[in-house]
Ligand binder design. Sequence first.
Ligand code: MOS
Length: 705
Amino acid sequence: MTSTPTDVRRRSDTASTVGTSVERVDGLSKVTGEARYSYEIPSKGVRYGWIVGSTIASGRITAIDDSATLADPEVLAVIDHRSAPRLRAVGDTELEILQSDAVRFHGQVIAIVVATSPEAAREGAEQLQVSYEQRPHSVVLDPDGPTVYTPEWVNGLNERAVTEFGEIDKELSEAAVSIDSAYTTPPHHTSPMEPHATMARWDGDDLLLHNSDQAPYVTTTILAPLLGLAPEHIRVVTEHIGGGFGSKFTPRAVPVAATLAAKVVGAPVKIALTRQQMFSLACHRTETQQRVQLGADIDGRLRALVHTASQYTSQSFEFVENTATSSRMLYSAVARRTHHTVGRLDVPTPGPVRTPGHAVGLFALETAMDELALALELDPVELRLRNIPERDPDTGEAWSSHGLAECLRLGARTFGWGDRDPRIGTRRRGRWLLGTGMASSTHPDYTFPAVATVRVEEDGSVVAKVAGADIGTGARTALTQLTAEEFGLPLSQVTVLLGDSTYGEAPPAGGSAGTSSWTWPIITAARELTAQLDRAHGVVPRGGLEVTANSADALAKRTTLSRHTFGAQFAEVAVDIDSGEVRVERLHGTFAAGRIINTRTTRSQFMGGMIMGVGMALHEAGHLDPEFGDFVNHDLASYHVPAHADVRDVWADWIDEVDEGLNPAGVKGVGEVGITGTAAAIGNAVHHATGVRLRNLPFTIEGVR
Ligand code: MOS
């Protein structure tokens, strides 16, 4: 094919869309149903798997009678621990499904029924007769229980479970004012709109997974040792995802089940979880029991900050919620201690859920700060301003940028905090007591190595490939904008392809690290390409021009700095004087998140996080029943999340923040910070309205009255 040489060097006539409101590039395909999700990918000869979950929480399987199931001619196979292909041990029995008769939690995968239709598979699963030898189980967190220990690490990056700095006891005893409070947060579930779903297809020794996945590349590296395959024999494709919330951060039982089933029946197999199965086979957030001790001088400067957290993990895998890690860096204190303990219970493995650690940890810390402000008779915003550290108090590193003070000031002004009467329980509108409260927000800014390939076609259009995933956040759109900006092209000339592990190493859509990580090699490749094109006087050679870049080296050379997103949240609540019902009338967040690529999707991320914070404050609680040994409210009818009527006036804005110490795009994560601090701001507002101090999530009417 011949084409007119295209000068792609200078398109300064095309203004960058960065910093403006851009509709999602995949929005139309999603709302029209053209976008396909993993379970919808057509495949010739596909079979359907159904997962059978254990009905006991601890013990072993003594017998499985599959005669009734197999009597149905539509049923092709029943796969259980006696017949399943062997997996390698990887230290996570939640992934090592069907390898023994042991049952470690209620709902554990104990069999897969494969049939020619999902209905037949489900029917067959219901007919399976399973006998057990049941052992006593425990799903009740007792911080002093026999299985409780102090782990070495918490979830996160080289984050120790225990930190101690300075003379805590001395500083606490010398403090003019101190508080010592206990807080609890219940289990939280993920349950994104699209459940866990996989289609697995074997081609000889090559495995293809269409998997609903936050991390297509990472999944290959986790499944490879489990399956005894080289990672390059596994391809994970995940073009569109209907949410993850952390549950698809790493592969769980479903892709493994589909892989085994496809092997056994010699055909592609699809498996999706039901909504109810999501509550045991997708991950959830552990319950936490926390204690915060604060000691301050009379002027409000913190002398001591102690934050301890007890939580649980499963018998299958050690996952430790990083509950107290933001207490290490948010405020300066002369002495500081954080301590996590964890107990093994007969529960499904908890995992990363919508801002692991910081969401629940900041509920405790930011409520404690409000209690301290009251004890000091100091404005809560002012108390925080007086404790902003010069450097990261935990690592001693300089901040890449620190927008908290500006967020507190701007947020307070926007919200109208200045007119606030600090007296408790004095404002009333009819039957509603009114109050306002605030809290700080923060989340670490992670950037991980990634590989991207960028190609300039002969017609001057650009295609960028990176093995990231857009879980609905708008990441694909932000990457398209940033790529277009590099080339000076309109968005219509740029295509960003995500969700294919063969594009190379890339971190998950998680930890609020996606855009900063994936964009780095794209920008590096784009700059190399534009330099090459400049040397060629803008002429694209026949066949196009392609560069693959890896950000690992540049990332390793990045200056050591402490990188965090910050924010300030302000809430106004109304509390019914009789019932104790809490309504969040107004929620305003101001954030410092580096360069904002897309005002529309960024605001949506902040507001989405804040609404999850409303859910944390008012609705969400998984109830582990001691007898049953599992969550009794395992669907979205009984596990409550905010509905439209609960989300009234929610708005987010941000400060202009330029931070050169981050990544070539200058971006910080925006996905998770919005949830942090929200529940505390709401609880602090309830206290202002009523004088009732809420330390246990969620704030149900029993707690408020
Ligand atoms: Mo998220 S909980 O960082 O996947």
